[in-house]
Write a protein that binds this ligand. Structure first.
Ligand SMILES: [Zn+2]
Length: 104
């Protein structure tokens, strides 16, 4: 009976550790992504050529590491937003950018 209890406690400890590690990884990924140009409206990507946007779209990943499917573009005051959705977890992943002439 004690062995069964220990096995259950061990399984719970492993499960808790994995859950905590996953949560830590998500936070770290979110912080890393937030520091990149285009991840937030406060730090938009300056679009000097169409290739810059294509490269950013191709390299952007969700917090979970999933690929991002393009959903089109939208505009906000002074910004343009490339909308995207993660193919793994279906989270919205937007890319904010400005055109150089919009900076003034
Ligand atoms: Zn995701």
């Amino acid at each position: 009976m004690d062995l069964l209890l220990y096995a259950l406690l061990l399984a719970l400890a492993v499960w808790g550790f994995r859950k905590a590690r996953g949560s830590f990884e998500r936070v770290r990924s979110r912080r890393r992504r937030a520091g990149l140009p285009g991840a937030t409206a406060d730090n938009p990507l300056v679009l000097r050529s169409a290739q810059v946007l294509e490269d950013a779209r191709a390299s952007v990943r969700c917090e979970c590491g999933g690929r991002v499917q393009e959903l089109g573009e939208a505009t906000r005051v002074g910004l343009r937003v490339a909308r995207g959705r993660c193919v793994e977890c279906e989270a919205d992943v937007d890319l904010y950018f400005v055109l150089p002439h919009m900076l003034n």
